[in-house]
Design a binder for this molecule. Structure first.
Ligand code: HEC
Length: 189
């Protein structure tokens, strides 16, 4: 639960919107794959037996805080209305740069069935499964793929409508409802 505390401390500097985004996510990651006590125990066992996996999950949590705070901050400070460039454009630039440098791949994926851009619809099996899990109320969902040195963590963290400005453009959803998720694909090292 140390992680949780650190997140809340960090949030003191940011707006309520970023807090709302991150509160759900950090709880999800701290708990492990699924909600509930069974997976709580599972996550604890994994932490002891698979420290590399645990480190990678922490990395997801850190990146998630960085990306989401950036998007909320850019939206708050610079995006005045529907005609402006949305903060997702900056996020996509950074996703592209991180991927090019070989750090990780990240993508903003729709979970409403009505994306503003069809390119953001869930495509892979993992993205389709994640859309279902996120819509069923889980703030976080992940899966390990590959073997040995090629293991990767696929993870999804919920993206709700955190402020009215989001809904000004994403008009089919209201504040508090789910828009999508960030999908991460990170090497487990
Ligand atoms: C100025 C308008 C605008 C605002 C404000 C805005 N978005 Fe978007 N959003 C877009 C556009 C346009 C796209 C599609 C971008 C593309 O071509 O990939 C998009 C894409 C997305 C997607 C991917 C699914 C889809 O619909 O394509 C998510 C999830 C998303 N935005 C979440 C948010 C959140 C959360 C906020 C508030 C913090 C927000 N958006 C604010 C315009 C906006």
């Amino acid at each position: 639960m140390i992680l949780h505390k650190r997140t809340w401390l960090g949030l003191a500097c940011f707006g309520a919107a970023a807090a709302a985004l991150l509160a759900t996510v950090s709880t999800g990651v701290a708990r492990g794959v699924d909600a509930g006590t069974e997976s709580n125990a599972k996550a604890e066992v994994e932490a002891e037996t698979d420290p590399a996996l645990e480190r990678t999950r922490e990395q997801v949590q850190m990146l998630d805080g960085l990306y989401k705070n950036a998007v909320v901050s850019i939206t708050t400070r610079y995006v005045a209305g529907q005609d402006e460039q949305p903060a997702i454009m900056v996020a996509q630039d950074i996703f592209g740069a991180m991927r090019k440098e070989g750090w990780h791949s990240a993508k903003l994926v729709d979970a409403t069935g009505e994306p503003l851009d069809d390119a953001n619809a869930p495509r892979t099996d993992f993205e389709k499964d994640a859309a279902r899990e996120i819509n069923s109320g889980k703030p976080y969902f992940d899966r390990v793929v590959g073997e040995g040195n090629d293991r990767r963590l696929l993870a999804a963290t919920v993206v709700p409508v955190v402020m009215q400005k989001c809904a000004d453009c994403h008009t089919h959803k209201k504040v508090g409802e789910i828009l999508g998720f960030i999908r991460y694909d990170i090497p487990i090292k």
